[in-house]
Design a protein around this ligand. Structure first.
Ligand code: SD4
Length: 334
């Protein structure tokens, strides 16, 4: 997954040599330019910064504190999101997450770092800290994604412990839901939900993590956007990063987080890019009022943005020791 620049080595004839060396010097200039831009960006940047979806105050503070101690962006993001994975009162992430329609709590998570490396786990049972597990997939296997029982077995081989993720209170709510004969997965429009986090560390490197129990009462085996690289999360350390929350099916159809990073590459601010990514969905889907989609994004200079369909989505931003909750702009105004 490492990005590599290839300079085409054509046969070095007289003309070819001239073209080749001018290409080379052009490349050297542009790498100098990138270096200068990076130094300027670092000077302007008030890093470290951590942002995350929804009002997860403690999780974002944890990431901010880790970054302030000099911890790298990926480990800070994982430490941050683990706070919510461990929080049994949060019914959409980690232990205590709402189960599928058959009563199984299945978790999805992914991570992506500043080298463009990534790891993901989908539909995992009995393991609480799935973002940390996704990192192990990235660092300890030749793969990007592990699913179901394979991911669970891998977790045990890495020293993770088995846990019962279905708490008594989540079980009670699910049993209530079962009484209604109509199958409809539930999604929060203005409540705590999936946690997606983006961090910039003191070196200006960007990484992120995204973790969720997915839609409440989803079909068995259903996987949403959150563990899909490019949908729930995407990072390009030269440009920025984005994460999504909401109806995963719609995010996947538009590869939302990748789209946002590409829009930023083409000159949009994080705010403009998040807005455009939401509007890609609202333009094509006449039922957009029935679900929520929200994105947050950060660019290499530390500018942040957010946009969602419905009022009610907020995100956290930690910078210079200040951890604030910010209301996102939204598409549906009435
Ligand atoms: C999913 N995007 O599984 C997640 C759930 C979520 O707001 O974020 N809900 O589709």
């Amino acid at each position: 997954m490492k990005r590599r620049d290839f300079i085409k080595n054509a046969s070095l004839t007289g003309v070819g040599l001239t073209v080749g060396s001018s290409l080379l010097s052009c490349n050297e200039n542009s790498s100098e330019k990138t270096k200068t831009n990076t130094i300027m960006a670092l000077n302007d940047l008030k890093a470290p910064i951590a942002i995350c979806t929804w009002g997860f105050v403690s999780a974002n503070a944890k990431a901010g504190e880790e970054l302030s101690k000099g911890i790298k962006a990926l480990d800070a993001a994982i430490a941050g999101v683990s706070v919510e994975e461990d929080n049994i009162k949060n019914t959409t992430v980690g232990k205590g997450g709402a189960p599928d329609r058959e009563g199984n709590v299945t978790l999805d998570a992914c991570v992506m770092d500043s080298n463009g490396d990534c790891g993901s786990v989908v539909c995992v049972e009995n393991i609480t800290n799935v973002a940390a597990l996704a990192k192990r997939v990235m660092t300890e296997t030749p793969h990007v994604m592990l699913a179901g029982s394979g991911a669970e077995e891998f977790a045990y081989s890495q020293g993770f412990e088995s846990d019962n993720l279905l708490t008594d209170s989540s079980k009670k709510v699910w049993e209530e839901w079962l009484k209604s004969p109509e199958y409809k997965p539930l999604i929060n429009i203005e409540n705590h939900d999936t946690i997606g986090m983006l961090c910039i560390d003191k070196d200006g490197d960007i990484a992120g993590a995204c973790t969720t129990s997915g839609l409440s009462y989803k079909m068995k085996g259903r996987v949403g956007d959150s563990p899909i690289i490019g949908s729930g999360l995407f990072i390009d350390n030269d440009i920025g990063g984005a994460v999504g929350t909401g109806m995963g099916e719609e995010i996947m159809k538009t590869v939302g987080s990748f789209l946002i990073v590409e829009l930023m590459r083409n000159g949009m601010s994080p705010q403009q890019a998040c807005k455009e990514a939401v509007q890609r969905i609202t333009r094509k889907n006449s039922h957009f009022k029935d679900f929520q989609i929200a994105y947050i994004a950060i660019n290499k200079s530390g500018d942040v943005g957010s946009y969602c369909i419905h009022k009610g989505f907020t995100y956290m931003k930690y910078q210079n020791g200040k951890n604030e909750n910010i209301h996102s702009d939204h598409y549906v105004k009435s």
